[in-house]
Design a protein around this ligand. Structure first.
Ligand code: COA
Length: 389
């Protein structure tokens, strides 16, 4: 497929900035670490067309996922692999069938790696492991993901993602905070609850950074190439650390994080301004900085490094912040993409010139002084010094 057609299709899936960002990220990784896509029997039977289209686009972009067949039910996996291969080969997309037994052998991994480095999509069949329990097959997947240092596992589903019983898909599941509640209150169907348990087991067994997406093949490319994603993104969840000021923080790391998030250079006076509460994601991938002012608590920075945006870290910081602070206010540029999300999470907002000012939990008499404060706060970035994302 021609590169230009592929690029145009991807831009219809998400914004050009998002697509370019993810392409850059995926291409910067080791080729074999891109993704493992697990497609079950019903997907191959009823949704092979979109899967095939997704794989063609990815191959056209030089991205080579591993397609895993037989993760839940191994009996038909060899035949499914042959079927997928026939479809791909017809469109001149190179693919190679790889059989995986009850252990992921060195030979299997070598074959997968060789296929990928030769530009062929490995179609890994677990039929030879069909007598292993589903738990065992998820362990095989974990072993493979560890060896390839896979960054994303995609579980293709006929549904939109993990769905609550009202049929609404859950966009983000943080295992650290949501797992017990999701299993305890019968939110998920029996099948999806079992998938969630297996995903937890998988993420617990993989030491490197990896996420799992449950997505319909029709939305796979949107999941991979947009910040907002599609389907359900399941993450191990991060620890959010709290600090009373900036003193104990690693200033260069915090600077790098904020500059990457905003794409601008911080003013050298930034660390001289007082800050009264800081929330930092354990790996310095996100931070929120709050300042106590005479008119209330001001959220002065809310940032997640560019490469990690859309993974839910912002939401985790937000929950930590809102648990501790019932009221605060903040501002954003009108063209900031996060605006609609702020609207959902504020009690009120006002548009004034080049700023939107938002607040939560303020009394009526506190709103006007807070707006004035937000509008007069200094800009913490140097003018026209963009930072490459
Ligand atoms: C704003 C920011 C901190 C959010 O952090 P994040 O980790 O990306 O946020 P999450 O992944 O938790 O997503 C939170 C919501 O924002 C949405 N969102 C995040 N980035 C988005 C973007 N670029 N475009 C559209 N929506 C976006 C997500 O879809 C999600 O919405 P949902 O809950 O309705 O699905 C982060 O995007 C960022 O650092 N942006 C640049 C700096 C910035 O503008 N900071 C705020 C200045 S006021």
């Amino acid at each position: 497929m021609e590169t230009e057609i592929i690029q145009r299709f991807l831009e219809s899936v998400g914004s050009k900035a998002d697509v370019d960002l993810y392409l850059k990220l995926f291409r910067a990784q080791k080729k074999e670490s891109f993704a493992i896509i697990a497609a079950g029997d019903p997907i191959i039977k009823h949704a092979l067309d979109p899967v095939h289209f997704d794989l063609r686009i990815l191959a056209g972009l030089g991205l080579t996922p591993v397609l895993l067949l037989g993760l839940y039910e191994g009996r038909e996996a060899d035949r499914q692999a042959v079927r997928v291969k026939e479809w791909l080969v017809e469109d001149a997309v190179p693919a190679q069938i790889v059989s995986c037994g009850p252990d992921v052998s060195v030979a299997t991994l070598d074959t997968v790696r060789a296929a990928i480095s030769g530009g062929a999509i490995p179609l890994v069949s677990l039929e030879a492991a069909k007598d292993v329990t589903p738990e065992g097959r998820f362990r095989l997947l974990a072993t493979m993901a560890c060896a390839l240092e896979t960054r994303k596992i995609v579980y293709l589903s006929r549904r939109a993602g993990l769905e609550a019983q009202d049929g609404k898909p859950l966009s983000d599941v943080n295992l650290a905070t949501d797992y017990d509640a999701l299993l305890a209150n019968g939110t998920l169907s029996r099948r999806q609850a079992s998938l969630l348990r297996h995903v937890k087991q998988l993420l617990d067994n993989v030491p490197h950074r990896m996420s799992v997406a449950v997505v319909n093949p029709l939305h796979l490319l949107r999941e991979l190439f947009t910040v907002s994603g599609a389907g359900t993104l399941i993450r191990r969840g991060s620890r959010i650390d709290r600090y009373p000021n900036l003193d104990q923080l690693d200033h260069p790391r915090l600077t790098a994080l904020i500059e990457s998030a905003f794409g601008k250079r911080l003013s050298p006076t930034f660390f001289l301004e007082p800050v009264d509460r800081v929330y930092v994601e354990e790996g310095y991938r996100g931070a929120a900085l709050l300042r106590a002012t005479p008119v209330g608590v001001y959220l002065t920075k809310f940032a997640v490094e560019r490469a990690a945006q859309g993974e839910g870290i912002g939401t985790e910081l937000w929950s930590a912040m809102t648990r501790d602070f019932p009221s605060f206010f903040w501002r954003a540029r009108p063209d900031n993409a996060i605006g609609p999300w702020y609207v959902k999470h504020c009690d009120g907002m006002v548009r004034v010139g080049e700023w939107h000012v938002f607040w939560r939990g303020l009394g009526v008499s506190e709103i006007e002084p807070a707006i004035r404060h937000a509008l007069s706060a200094p800009v913490d970035f140097l003018p026209s010094t963009p930072v490459a994302s």
